[in-house]
Write a protein that binds this ligand. Structure first.
Ligand SMILES: Nc1ncnc2c1ncn2[C@@H]1O[C@H](COP(=O)(O)OP(=O)(O)O)[C@@H](O)[C@H]1O
Ligand SMILES: [Mg+2]
Length: 192
């Protein structure tokens, strides 16, 4: 959490290996990411990290199912296998009946569910979500947070989420507050 411009997205981009720090070191699974090439960073993201964004970032004229299949194509998964897996994960986020709808035919809440499913389909170690409820009304926001909470509790998925809304932050086990590019507080002890 933290005010606009406090460095939340910058921190998340470093944690998610989209960016590397100009000073200091960040180790992901024991590797100093500053020593990796761009291609190695891309591979690391592809195998270990899932991203969810405020603006959903789906392919608009592509079906929900095809949006989930895309990261699996990059992994070289065979067509039948990837279709079955995409179906299974779309059902997990409650959208089994929307498989063939294009993203633009879905509501905001449904699009964010598809985006979460797309992040999950590769079975990442950690999911990064930058203001995932920022474009949703409060009822839809709480639905998304309940879904994320259940993924954390039932699948053991680690989720790092940026928000500036206190009622969204309430779902978290650990809260880190940013001010002017620095960590101002971190209740890590409470999470243990
Ligand atoms: N620790 C930091 N060191 C250097 N620059 C930073 C740091 N944190 C944030 N910034 C800079 O501050 C600006 C806003 O940061 P950003 O991460 O977009 O904030 P937020 O997501 O909280 O609105 C960016 O230009 C970013 O490069
Ligand atoms: Mg931001």
């Amino acid at each position: 959490m933290g005010p606009s411009g406090s460095g939340k997205s910058t921190a998340m981009n470093i944690l998610g290996c989209l960016d590397v720090p100009t000073s200091g070191r960040y180790y992901f699974r024991g590797t100093d990411v500053g020593t990796l090439t761009r291609d190695q960073l891309a591979l690391l993201r592809r195998y270990y990290i899932g991203f969810v964004f405020q603006g959903f970032n789906l392919l608009k004229r592509t079906t929900a199912l095809e949006n989930l299949e895309l990261p699996l194509i990059y992994r070289g998964m065979a067509r039948e296998e990837r279709r079955a897996l995409a179906r299974e994960v779309l059902a997990q986020v409650g959208l089994a009946d929307r498989e063939d709808h294009t993203a633009s035919e879905l509501s905001g809440g449904q699009q964010q569910r598809v985006a979460i499913a797309r992040a999950l389909v590769t079975n990442p170690s950690v999911m990064f979500a930058d203001e995932p409820t920022g474009n949703l009304d409060s009822a839809r926001s709480h639905e998304i947070m309940k879904l994320l909470k259940s993924l954390n509790e039932e699948k053991g998925l680690t989720i790092v989420l940026v928000t500036h809304e206190e009622d969204i932050a309430k779902y978290a086990n650990r809260k880190v507050r940013f001010v002017d590019g620095h960590v101002a507080s971190d209740n890590a002890a409470v999470a243990a």
